[in-house]
Design a protein around this ligand. Sequence first.
Ligand SMILES: [Zn+2]
Length: 216
Amino acid sequence: MHHHENTTSDFDQLRGIIKNLIQDNDEFVNSHPPEYFDPFELQQHPRATVVTCADARVHTQALDKTPDGDLFMIRNIGNQIATAEGSVEYGVRHLHTPLLIVVGHVACGAIKAAAGNYSSESDAIKHELNSIQLAVKSDELTTEDWLRGVIANVNNQVNYALIKFADEVKEQTLTVVGAVYDFQNVLGQGQGRLVIVNINGNVNTKHIAASLLALR
Ligand SMILES: [Zn+2]
């Protein structure tokens, strides 16, 4: 049986990573008095169910200053609902969040993979990529088609949710929103901008702008 030999530097690196996490958590504990945890110590009342990509460049602080107790987070490769349907359902039907938001992002590796030939991936990865359906399939996606794929997947996931939660949307207890987190500023609205691309299936940008103005 083959054993992977950890070199000293591997070990030092790992120790550094864990040490850093513990230090950051220490800082968090010291800067958050017990009162901070009071509102959600015994229960959670999140205001949104969020389905987002597991990508390391996408995090809650970009869309919520204090996400604790606020966001019911579901993360996976390609921000898809089908492989995490129970979790999404829990947020909507048990925690009754009035908002379900699907957040895709620029330069998503899962979208690139799903557009190409991923037959050599493991069954577990294939299973997740299978729920990303794209019109343009290519192993060498152009930047434009990659971005189109990201947006198309967000729209597909919103449509999936609109069918699944049709009753809640009809009763207006749930709004389903699709967004793209743009850490490259390819959409020209600022680096780090969360760009709304879909509200309850409406992808008309003028209509979206009007809806967002009404929210202010
Ligand atoms: Zn991604």
